[in-house]
Structure formats: structure tokens, C-alpha cells
Design a protein around this ligand. Structure first.
Ligand code: TMP
Length: 253
């Protein structure tokens, strides 16, 4: 832990990130760790350099999304592992968008991984680790007051837009966007409230397969012990054209 990290007030520590008090009211510093977990914390490990790469990858993708008018919590990257974000009230829902069958959908439905869906599917999960993030419907979300029907409409519209844009962006660098998970928050401006994209977008919460070989280039390499985990994250960053110098392997290695 560096000196600056030690001095700042820690607001929250998650599995892959730490949130610190930001320099201005209404801001936070999001620190990306190398820690990796899977299957609701049952599998734990470290992916060396992951925090640095995810910080860069998420910065890049959130910036592109901001440019097309998708509001996000991202403000700017501060250094190798930290970015400045707007403080939002996180909506306790994980939104999963799926284009190709994989992971829990393949298991639940008994459909082979790789089956192309006739149209994208949106799923909601209640963000509650103690319960293992159970799948919920919009009825549960509104009934338990986690979000209003209008907020769900906004979240759906943003998620579909993000899926369209990111699917094209990744296809352009030879990657299929199989599925991904998003989180949203409420950003308050006096009495006005906007729904914005929060958390991160990285190979930790996307499935990315090489267009030609279907090779997995994401956290499934860690989840399923496929090896070459660090290399997969580096390759995604390299194809996006944002490979940080420090994370590049020396020629001699
Ligand atoms: P799943 O197939 O395991 O339900 O995962 C769907 C997508 O959501 C996949 O891209 C990985 C991502 N995901 C997370 O980011 N966090 C989670 O806790 C889970 C279960 C999935």
C-alpha cells in the first residue's frame, strides 16, 4: 500500500476494488486491486497486474461511452491503479447482458456454450453477497423498492445502448462480447437525480472471445483454471491500443 492510500479515509472495500474519500465533496477514489474471486468468493487468487490493466481498460471504455452520451461515474484516471469517480448511490442490482450463451445461462438451461442468442437477453441479480447474488425479476426490484419502474426503464435503455456500442467496439478488435455485467447508481444534483453507469467495465465482468479461435480472453481463464490469465488481460489492453508500458513484459522475459 502506498503512502497516499494510507492517509485517505477508506469508504468501502470490495473484492476487486477499494473506495477512498475523494479530494472534493461528491467524489471518490476507486483503487483497483490484483485480487480475484469467483463463484461468490469460494475461489480466491491474484492476477498480477490486473488492477493496472482494469483501471486502464475501464477508463478507456467509460470515456468512449461518455462520448456517445452514456452518463457514467468516471471522471479521470489519477495514476496506475486509481481513478477519480463521482460518488453515487449504488442501485443494488447487477445487470447482466447476454449475446451468446455461456457461464450460468449455459448451466441453468442446459444449452451449449457458444450458442448465439436470437436476441440479447437482460437479466437482473440482487447485489447481495451473503445470498450469493440471486436472480430477480423487475417485480422483485420494484416490490422491494430497490428501483422504481422508471429507473428500471432507464437502466434497460442504457444497458441496451451500451451493449450495441461495446459489441461493435470489441468486434473491431477481433473480440466477441459474449456477455457482461453492469452496475448503475443515482447521481444527485440538488433535487435532480440521474441514473449513471458505475463500477467498472473490464475483463473481470465481461466475457470476451477471440473472433477467429473463440479463445477466452477474460476472467473465465481464472474461474476455470485455463492458465495464461495475465496474458489475456494484457492482450485485451493491447488490442484496445492502451497497453501501459509498465505492464508490458520486458523483451528478455
Ligand atoms: P454468469 O454467466 O456467471 O452469470 O456471468 C455473466 C456475466 O456477468 C459474465 O460476463 C461475468 C459477469 N459477472 C460479474 O461480473 N460478477 C458476478 O458476480 C457474476 C456472477 C458474473
Amino acid at each position: 500500500m502506498n503512502f497516499r492510500m494510507g492517509r485517505r479515509r477508506r469508504i468501502f472495500e470490495g473484492k476487486a476494488k477499494v473506495l477512498f474519500e475523494g479530494p472534493e465533496p461528491g467524489t471518490l477514489v476507486q483503487y483497483f486491486k490484483d485480487d480475484a474471486t469467483a463463484f461468490n468468493n469460494k475461489k480466491r487468487g491474484t492476477i498480477t497486474g490486473k488492477g493496472v490493466l482494469n483501471n486502464r481498460i475501464s477508463e478507456y471504455l467509460m470515456t468512449r461511452l461518455n462520448e456517445i452520451g452514456v452518463p457514467t461515474h468516471f471522471m479521470r484516471r489519477l495514476n496506475m491503479r486509481e481513478q477519480l469517480i463521482r460518488q453515487v448511490e449504488i442501485i443494488p442490482i447487477e445487470v447482466v447482458m447476454r449475446n451468446i450463451v455461456a457461464g450460468s445461462l449455459a448451466k441453468r438451461m442446459g444449452i451449449p456454450e457458444g450458442t448465439i442468442l436470437p436476441r440479447s437477453i437482460v437479466e437482473f441479480y440482487y447485489k447481495k453477497d451473503d445470498l450469493g447474488n440471486p436472480m430477480v425479476s423487475d417485480e422483485h426490484i420494484t416490490c422491494f423498492g430497490w428501483a422504481s419502474p422508471q429507473e428500471i426503464d432507464e437502466i434497460m435503455a442504457l444497458s441496451l445502448r451500451i451493449n450495441d456500442y461495446l459489441s461493435g467496439l470489441f468486434l473491431g478488435i477481433g473480440l466477441k462480447l459474449v456477455d457482461f455485467k453492469l452496475e448503475f447508481g443515482r447521481l444527485w444534483d440538488n433535487d435532480d437525480m440521474r441514473i449513471v453507469l458505475a463500477d467498472e467495465i473490464s475483463p473481470d465482468n465481461c466475457r470476451l472471445w477471440d473472433v477467429k479461435t473463440n479463445e477466452k480472453m477474460d476472467k473465465d481463464r481464472f474461474r476455470c483454471d485455463l492458465g495464461r490469465v495475465e496474458e489475456a488481460y494484457q492482450e485485451v489492453a493491447r488490442r484496445l491500443g492502451i497497453m501501459p508500458e509498465a505492464a508490458q513484459k520486458p523483451e528478455s522475459e
